[in-house]
Design a protein around this ligand. Sequence first.
Ligand code: ZN
Length: 114
Amino acid sequence: MTYSSQKKEYRNKYQKEYRHRRGVSQGYNTPQTSKWREVVRKMVHRIATRKWREKNPEKKMAEQLAERHISTVGQKCAICASMEDIERHHPDYNKPLEVVFLCPKHHPKRWNKE
Ligand SMILES: [Zn+2]
């Protein structure tokens, strides 16, 4: 084996190891980090929801009233007629018992977030 081919082989091996080590140590896309990311995402969402409720007491009241008095069972999304995970949407928070039923996909709350 010539000196240059030996050197090349060594370099390839080193680079491969380096990439491998870096991938592991930074932990990209390992099951642990994706789980952790999910935990963080939920935490951020919870804090955002709480802040929103503190800032919008009348909306919170409307949501609680609607939750207590209006069932989503058997309701359909006003836009796509889906019956899955139907949510109550308040077109006017001053009228807490007037709600529109929407699926998560069509709920304006979700639109703003994305
Ligand atoms: Zn829908």
